[in-house]
Design a protein around this ligand. Structure first.
Ligand SMILES: [Zn+2]
Length: 416
């Protein structure tokens, strides 16, 4: 199985660092706002990855953080006149309710940043001991100029130094001493922890270094996220972890491409966001939304328009009709002669596509083509019930990864 590693800029053969267990870390949601379907494209890619690793016989330990302490979270809560926990509770509930609707497996461990501040403090102390901290009157910063090879993931070309990034969120593509710890200010309200660097709260990037290392050790196997996490977030994670331990945190870095809407990035900032519940209110079934969001390979462009989604779902509807017919035929008596290749072809075509960096588009295309062939044989009276049983078995196994062709779903229309 080959996966595209953003750091190496190429596909590399994947095998776990320790036995059959894959240790995987996912950058989870920022819960100052509701998550949109663009966010869920990334989580769905990760779900398909986890399921395919299991399909291949690996055990997967997956850790995902919840960002609940950053600048935006504090600001959003203040605007609502509530505590961050009060403001975030409905967003976290909504997040996992959509997560479950989309048929995703829950991570092994879900870790809120606010519950792991001691681990972050201890990691920052290690960095300071090794000389990577710059104290300032508003907190503690990471000295990026001391760190050799900063920005390797983003491949910064001749970067300039801009000084200190005093916000968690910054996009300038250059060198910034980023915040490790922010000293408490009245605008933080009740959000503060005691620390050797004064009362305050951690910067955004430190949580993923601390949480991943705490639960998975280092290096672990796979770090995933959306492509907007590459810089600065993941480059900062790499800098922090290496500064504290001397070790690269992960063996593979995988990033999902943004979902676009009419060619523009879907983001809370630009305001062109779509939420899963809005589509479901329009009669789109969650499993069909799942299909649409994984119908293109995770690294490729997927542009959302209602028209494109509906035409994809109509195709899925036809495939489900075929499966239903095969299912019915498979329940008939009679062994007959097994058609030599269809079930085997289904599995091998699927696996070859998925082994090539989770090429889901190709996996679906090959699977659908073979199902259409099976239907032609069925209509021509050339498919025995035993053949149909073999095909259904192969589809069940394939669907343990894709999660859209299950028994319950084939009786369901994609659009009501
Ligand atoms: Zn992260």
């Amino acid at each position: 199985m080959r996966l595209y590693d953003t750091l190496a800029r190429k596909k590399r053969e994947f095998s776990p660092l320790r036995g059959r267990q894959v240790r995987m870390y996912t950058c989870g949601p920022s819960v100052y706002a509701y998550s949109h379907i663009g966010n869920f494209r990334t989580y769905l890619f990760e779900d398909v990855l986890v399921r395919y690793l299991r399909y291949k016989g690996h055990k997967v330990k997956r850790v995902m953080n919840i960002t609940d302490v950053e600048d935006k979270a504090v600001r959003a809560a203040r605007k609502e006149g509530r505590t961050p926990a009060q403001s975030q509770a409905p967003k976290i509930r909504d997040f996992f309710s959509t997560w479950d609707d989309l048929g995703m497996l829950r991570p092994t461990i879900v870790a809120k940043a606010s519950a792991h501040v001691p681990q972050m403090i201890s990691l920052i102390r290690k960095m300071c001991t090794r000389g990577y901290c710059i104290p300032d009157n508003d907190g503690l910063y990471f000295n990026v100029r001391k760190f050799r090879g900063y920005g390797a993931l983003r491949r910064l070309r001749s970067p300039r130094y801009f000084g200190k990034a005093r916000e968690d969120d910054y996009s300038k593509e250059g060198l910034w001493d980023f915040r490790l710890w922010k000293k408490w200010a009245p605008s933080d309200g009740g959000v503060k922890w005691a620390s050797p660097f004064g009362a305050g709260r951690p910067g955004w990037h430190i949580e993923c270094s601390a949480i991943s290392m705490h639960y998975l050790g280092s290096p672990f196997d796979i770090h995933t996220g959306g492509s907007d996490n590459i810089f600065p977030h993941h480059d900062n994670e790499i800098a922090q972890s290496i500064a504290a331990t001397g070790k690269m945190p992960a063996n593979f870095w995988l990033h999902a491409r943004h979902l676009t809407v009419r060619k523009k990035k879907m983001s809370k900032r630009t305001g062109n966001v779509l939420y899963a519940h809005e589509l479901m209110e329009q009669g789109i079934k969650p499993m069909c939304l799942r299909y649409y969001l994984i119908s293109e390979r995770y690294r490729s462009r997927l542009d959302f328009t209602m028209g494109k989604m509906k035409s994809a779902l109509r195709e899925m509807g036809r495939i489900r009709q075929i499966l239903k017919a095969l299912e019915e035929h498979s329940r008939k008596k009679g062994n007959g002669k097994m058609h030599p290749s269809l079930a085997k072809l289904l599995a091998s075509g699927f696996e070859a596509a998925m082994d090539d960096d989770l090429h889901t588009r190709l996996a679906f295309r090959r699977t659908f083509r073979l199902l259409r062939r099976a239907e032609r044989l069925l209509r021509g009276g050339k498919l025995s019930p035993a053949d149909a049983r073999g095909i259904i078995r192969a589809i069940r196994r394939i669907d343990s990864v894709l999660g859209v062709l299950g028994q319950r779903q084939i009786n369901e229309a994609c659009i009501s």
